[in-house]
Structure formats: C-alpha cells, structure tokens
Design a protein around this ligand. Structure first.
Ligand SMILES: [Zn+2]
Ligand SMILES: [Zn+2]
Length: 231
C-alpha cells in the first residue's frame, strides 16, 4: 500500500508513473494499444471521386478518408495521447487482396510507440447524391473515347480522366463503359469541347465531330454533339 512498493512488474523500475502494474515503456510494448478493424470499407463515387464518410459525401483524398474511417472503427486505449493514425499506402496482397498499410503513433505518459498494420480494403463504386441528380439532367455532348486499333488502352483512359479539371468533373453527368471504349456525357457543349481540346494538348488524338438527334425547338436548332476521340 505504500508508494515505496510501487514498481513495474515487468522491468522492476521504481519511481515512475505506472499504468496498471507496468511502467509506460513496458506498457506500450506489452499491451495491445489499438485494436484495428480487420477490414475497412470505403464507398467512392465513380463519377466525382467523393467518398462517403461520417454520413455525408466528402471530397478528400482516399488516404485521408481511410485513416479517418480506421480511427473511428479502432478500439483505442484511453491512456494514449497525441495519437496519429495514417494510411500510408494501398497495395495488393496475393492472399488478402487489396490492403491498406496503417501507421499509428502516439504516447503513453511519455513513452512513444509506433505500430504498423495491414487492414483489408473493400472499395465500393457507387454514385453520390449530387452525381445522381446531375445524371437526371440533359446532356449536350458525348465524348467518345476510343483506341486507335479498336481497343482503348487503359493508360489512355487514365490520361484522359486525369486531364479532367474540376469544372469538367462537375459537368460530367454520366460515364458509360463499352467494349470499344468509354462514353463521357457532359451537360454543356462548351465544357465538352474544352475537355477534348485540353486532352489533345496532352496526347495525339483524332477528333471527329457529328450531331445526333437534330431538331428545331422554339426556333432554335437543338442537337447532341458527338465528339469521337481516337487516341
Ligand atoms: Zn517496466
Ligand atoms: Zn459524385
């Protein structure tokens, strides 16, 4: 009962603050400080890349969303202070499938720790609320991305999608994957044209322009612009 008898049952150190029956440095080594989830699931919008987090759609880098989700679903020892949980990388594990590498660091009464874990990752492609609303809108232009020899190269597709800026992404109302390529539907003609001209600066493309469903309404000529882009 006296203060004198208080020592760490593991290393015998005396005169230190004890956490339970251990000194802080033994405690961080011998205790499961954080119980990580076995699996984490993220729902990402296939159109704008938003993630579902904390019951709303957020536009944050995937790693941030993962780290926050893992923090929320982990059991964290209440003795920990200045905890930092990070999702450092996503990789493919032959046994587990997609996994996210998680690093957690912090202190327990001055004793620092650092933990590394792999958490299984499930990514669900969904459509967020605002993209769902946009999809109901009328489109003016379809950009048909095609390959040169009938098959669209994955690298070209990625290059095209990376060339889309915020305005283009906000304007994109549908993406349809076909065997011969991908069709991108834009609400506004000017945005669709700008997307194609921007992409033509990044790589060599052949563009053919055509119109579909031409008709006159209220004295104005209306039609859908089809921009076929071969790259
Ligand atoms: Zn100790
Ligand atoms: Zn979206």
């Amino acid at each position: 009962m006296s203060e004198m008898t208080r020592f760490c049952v593991s290393c015998g150190r005396e005169g230190v603050q004890l956490v339970g029956s251990l000194c802080p440095s033994c405690y961080v080594e011998r205790t499961e400080l954080i119980k990580f989830p076995d699996e984490v699931e993220v729902r990402r919008c296939r159109f704008c890349g938003s993630s579902w987090f904390d019951r709303k759609w957020v536009k944050l880098p995937e790693q941030e969303v993962l780290a926050a989700t893992i923090s929320q679903t982990s059991l964290i020892d209440h003795n920990i202070s200045s905890l930092k949980i990070e999702a450092s990388q996503i990789r493919f594990d032959p046994k587990e499938g997609k996994v996210v590498e998680v690093t957690a660091s912090g202190h327990v009464h001055g004793a620092g720790f650092r933990l590394n874990r792999s958490v299984r990752l499930t990514e669900r492609n969904v459509t967020c609320d605002s993209c769902l609303k946009k999809r109901g809108k009328k489109y003016e232009v379809v950009v048909q991305l095609r390959g040169k020899e009938g098959k669209l190269d994955e690298g070209v597709k990625r290059l095209f999608e990376e060339s889309l800026d915020k305005e283009a992404l906000d304007n994109l109302c549908d993406v349809v994957s076909l065997r011969e390529g991908v069709d991108y539907y834009f609400i506004s003609k000017s945005v669709g044209k700008r997307v194609v001209s921007r992409f033509s600066q990044v790589t060599r493309v052949w563009v053919t322009e055509s119109h579909e469903g031409e008709r006159v309404r209220d004295g104005r000529r209306e039609s859908k612009l089809i921009l076929a882009v071969r790259a």
